[in-house]
Every structure is written in C-alpha cells, then in structure tokens.
Design a protein around this ligand. Structure first.
Ligand code: ADP
Ligand code: MG
Length: 215
C-alpha cells in the first residue's frame, strides 16, 4: 500500500512532563503501523535522550522484526522533506512544551498527550491542552492515560475531569507493568510484549489509537 503522491498522516506525542510514556507510545504506534503494513517513519526529536533511536539500535542488534525506520531530527523542515513517501509519521518529542511543540502541533494531524491520572500529572497536561487550543490549533488533541494501575476508579475519576475541561480522552489506557519496561529495554514495543496479557493490553490500546487516527 503505497501513497507516494500523498502527504503522510503525522501523529505526535507531546507533553509537559517526562516519564509519562511519550516515547513508549510512539514506539507502540510505529510497531503497530509496521504490522499493519504501513510505511512508517518514527521521528525522534528528543536529541538529548534519543530514546527511540537507541531503542532501534537494540532492536537491530537483537534481530527483532519488522524493521522500523527510526531517525533523529533537529528541525521540522527536515522532517517534512524526509516524510514524503511514508504513509504515517510518528513524532516523539522532548518532555517540555516550547516553540517547537507549537510548530509540530500545527504540522500534525493528531496530537496525543500521554498523562498520568494523578492531579500532579493531569493538571499540567490539561493546562497544555488548553494552551494548544488557544494558539488556534484546530487539530485534534487526545489525552491518553498512562502509568495506570489496576483500579477502574483511578481511570473514571481522572477521565471525568478531562471531559469536564472539554478535552478528549482515549477510551483505552497504557497500563504500567514491569514487563513493558523489559520489552522496551530489549528493542521491542507494544504488541511485541513477551507476556501474553501485556500483549493483549497493548493490542487493545493500539487498536484504539489506530481507530482514532483513522488509517
Ligand atoms: N507501560 C509501561 N510500563 C512500565 N514501564 C514503562 C511503561 N511505559 C514506559 N515505561 C518506562 O518508563 C520510562 C518512561 O517512559 P517513556 O516512554 O520514556 O516516557 P517519556 O518519553 O514521556 O519521558 C522508561 O524507562 C520506559 O521504559
Ligand atoms: Mg521520551
């Protein structure tokens, strides 16, 4: 399925905080896209950490398939030039909201804001979502709960406050499980989890994300 003459769909993971799963989810989506036989580029804009680029090095060393095209970028202009010919571009960003965040948000078709469900995490995320909208961003902003434990109530209380603030929240969450960390450390992501239960949870989230992207 090649769409050489069309612009790719661009989805970005942005956020005000580190450690909320931006890089983990960017990799989950890139792996999901490759399994869906989409031509995907995973663009790493976190030049200090290069999380996705380092992960891909481990992936290649361990021979994990399918191959994912992961590249580091410094400027949006370079990304736009490199993005031609891809079906989907997944953008991983730094853990802070700056001018680049505004630029990438404008260029993106969909923006995901992963966030913990605690107010410590949620409040800055709601503030960022509000600021992005104020800047005239008519693009879609979707929050995803990460670092979620096993309590249903944790999700429903936090989801209610997101909805009250007028933002969209994805119906599936990214649960915090030690196994996911071990998978990421070994160059795997999302549906590639070794543990069957984690795999199922990742696939549910992946399906919800792709349904929302509409690709
Ligand atoms: N669902 C999860 N369960 C367990 N560990 C996770 C999960 N998602 C991410 N991690 C780990 O938590 C840390 C932070 O996640 P990361 O995706 O890098 O966050 P961010 O990019 O927002 O800073 C990393 O060490 C990562 O391997
Ligand atoms: Mg990161």
């Amino acid at each position: 399925m090649s769409k050489k003459d069309q612009s790719p769909v661009i989805v970005s993971f942005v956020g005000q905080k580190g450690g909320v799963g931006k890089s983990a989810l960017a990799r989950l989506v890139a792996v999901g896209a490759a399994h869906r036989e989409l031509n995907v580029l995973l663009a790493d804009f976190d030049l200090e950490q290069l999380t996705c680029v380092s992960w891909n090095a481990k992936r290649l060393q361990s021979g994990v398939l399918p191959d994912i095209d992961v590249r580091a970028f410094k400027s949006l202009k370079k990304l736009v030039a490199a993005a031609k010919g891809f079906d989907l571009v997944v953008v991983d960003t730094r853990g802070l909201a700056d001018n680049f965040t505004t630029e990438i948000v404008e260029e993106s078709d969909l923006i995901f804001l992963p966030t913990g469900a605690s107010f410590d995490d949620l409040d800055p995320t709601l503030a960022l979502a509000k600021a992005l909208r104020k800047k005239g961003t008519r693009r879609k902003i979707v929050l995803i709960f990460s670092k979620i434990g096993k309590s249903e109530r944790q999700f429903s209380v936090a989801a209610a406050s997101v909805e009250e603030a007028g933002h969209e929240i994805l119906g599936e969450t990214w649960p915090y499980r030690d196994g996911f960390q071990a998978d990421l450390d070994a160059g795997r992501a999302g549906r590639e989890a070794w543990n069957r239960y984690l795999r199922d949870a990742a696939i549910e989230l992946e399906n919800a994300i792709f349904e929302r992207i509409g690709i």
